[in-house]
Design a binder for this molecule. Structure first.
Ligand SMILES: O=P(O)(O)O[C@H]1O[C@H](CO)[C@@H](O)[C@H]1O
Length: 297
């Protein structure tokens, strides 16, 4: 259970600056790429060379990970020569944090110089063509909590981070999606899809009726993360690439005996992790520097 002080939003520019400066003074790495590891995908952080690890509990203003499969540490290092920071464990709405707090690392990364965010998650497949173990490049999202006003940008806007009304029709960078397709084709990966991710609040998995509704609304996969981070990262002008590992098939049929569970989610991560690591590391190796025009992408 989180204490009251942990729930208080520490999301002001000054607090992000304090945390960014603390990290910059404790590591030599000047990251241009940020990576977020989804449930069961923490192995991505182990790709970094010369890793320097900070426990979230030691970082000023940083929330703590409370979910099994999210180690709760920030790893700095290089990947194919590119300076990176990797979140081995993310924060979710259902952990009880304010939405501004779960997305705080995006702003800290921006202040540290990160230009490109690569986000991963585990998600339930709604698209009937998807199989467990498929990897879906996210081309767009549906922010279900957003329809109820739960948006990380709600509240006063700080222009030092970004504009009041950021565009989201280009949230998932087209060039990076194409790069992922190219790399996957070279690697002979036949499990790559592209689709729409719907975020829900969790922590209860969706009912059958909810899965059917989300599918009808145009979602191909459902999860409890990522979209909020992408909104904040795009607001701050970072380009974003995200992928979902389809860890289970969402139950859509009243005759089905299948039941979503977190252990299955983690297990699918273990099975696909090496291939995902390879995909991400080759993508990072081929990343161009940002052209500083990404608000117009
Ligand atoms: O989105 P990530 O962090 O991968 O985690 C996913 O896995 C958990 C459910 O098993 C939920 O937190 C869902 O969002």
């Amino acid at each position: 259970m989180l204490s009251m002080s942990e729930c208080v939003s520490d999301d002001s520019y000054e607090e992000c600056r304090t945390t960014a400066d603390w990290l910059l003074s404790n590591t030599q790495v000047r990251p241009t790429v940020g990576i977020v590891c989804g449930s069961g995908l923490g192995g991505l952080a182990e790709m970094l060379k010369d890793p320097q690890v900070f426990k979230y509990s030691d970082i000023p203003n940083f929330p703590r990970s409370t979910v099994h499969g999210h180690a709760g540490q920030l790893v700095f290092g290089t990947l194919k020569g590119k300076p990176c920071v990797c979140m081995q464990g993310r924060f979710h709405l259902y952990e009880g944090y304010p939405i501004q707090k779960i997305t705080l690392p995006m702003r800290i990364f921006k202040l540290m110089g990160v230009e490109t965010m690569i986000l991963t998650n585990a998600a339930g497949g709604l698209n009937q063509d998807y199989k467990v173990g498929d990897v879906m490049i996210i081309k767009d999202h549906i922010n279900m909590p957003g329809f109820a006003g739960i948006n990380p940008l709600a509240g006063p806007n700080d222009d030092r981070f970004g504009v009041r009304f950021p565009c989201m029709s280009d949230a998932y960078n087209r060039e990076l999606r194409q790069l992922a397709h190219d790399v996957a084709a070279e690697l002979g990966y036949d499990f790559l899809k592209e689709g729409v991710y719907s975020v829900v609040g969790g922590p209860s998995f969706e009912t059958i009726a909810e899965c059917r509704m989300l599918h009808r609304l145009g979602a191909d996969a459902v999860g409890m993360s990522t979209a909020h981070e992408v909104i904040v990262a795009r607001h701050a002008g970072m380009r974003c690439f995200a992928l979902s590992l389809i860890s289970n098939r969402a139950v859509m049929d009243y005759d089905s005996q299948e039941k979503a569970n977190h252990e299955e989610v983690l297990e699918t991560g273990r099975v696909r992790s090496q291939q995902l690591e390879k995909l991400v590391s080759i993508m990072v190796a081929r990343l161009e520097q940002n052209n500083n025009d990404d608000n117009a992408f």
